[in-house]
Design a protein around this ligand. Structure first.
Ligand SMILES: Cc1cc2nc3c(=O)[nH]c(=O)nc-3n(C[C@H](O)[C@H](O)[C@H](O)COP(=O)(O)O)c2cc1C
Length: 187
């Protein structure tokens, strides 16, 4: 079995989060295939917005902002794969997810892949509306950012109709979908 490390980024702030449950299930599937896993709960961490100072552009992809994102940069650099899990807030990823994505600007115009290797990326999204296709145009734009940075993008998985906290727990089909994400990322 090949050793791999997969990190999960949970951007939902709420108790009983469907996003977190989905992410836990995905990572359990990765673990079952032998991977080491770790979850970062963005909303509980001190992570500020990208300051756009371009410090990273003259400091080998390092960000000047000394906050908890530094822990996540280190984890990404050491990982083989990243699963970003976010709720839909107003037709898009939530603000916590966007904070995280914007801070990855430090890897833009930096030889990220050459320095840290190719990392796989998958995104899991939970939403209230029933139609999983509704926001895919916007959500796939966020996924594209990871391809642009050099991640090996595995895809987007949307689990719909999850307004009630913990609703996903009773949905075998959705749990199977997110487990498949966790399995694919370690293949
Ligand atoms: C501020 C806010 C905005 C939301 N906007 C949308 C939306 O545009 N479309 C949608 O389908 N659901 C929307 N929702 C519902 C959440 O996406 C849904 O409840 C999701 O499953 C929450 O994930 P969680 O259980 O992990 O927190 C919104 C919820 C909140 C709190």
């Amino acid at each position: 079995m090949i050793y791999m490390k997969i990190i999960g980024i949970n951007t939902s702030p709420r108790e009983g989060s469907n996003v977190r449950i989905a992410l836990e299930n995905a990572l359990e599937a990765s673990k079952a295939k032998g991977a080491e896993t770790e979850i970062f709960d963005i909303n509980k961490m001190n992570i500020t917005a990208c300051q756009g100072d371009n410090y990273c552009k003259s400091h080998e992809g390092k960000c000047a902002v000394d906050d908890d994102m530094q822990k996540i940069y280190k984890a990404i650099e050491e990982a083989d794969g990243v699963i970003l899990a976010t709720p839909v807030y107003f037709f898009d990823v939530n603000a916590q997810a966007k904070l995280f994505i914007d801070r990855l600007y430090s890897y833009f115009q930096f030889p990220f892949v050459e320095t840290y290797g190719t990392k796989k990326f998958a995104m899991i999204v939970s939403q209230g509306m029933e139609d999983p296709e509704l926001f895919k145009g916007t959500l796939n734009k966020q996924v594209e950012a990871f391809g642009f940075l050099g991640f090996d993008v595995q895809g987007l998985t949307v689990v719909p109709d999850n307004n009630i906290p913990g609703a996903i727990k009773d949905k075998e089909n959705q749990l199977a979908q997110v487990k498949a994400v966790g399995e694919k990322i370690v293949e």
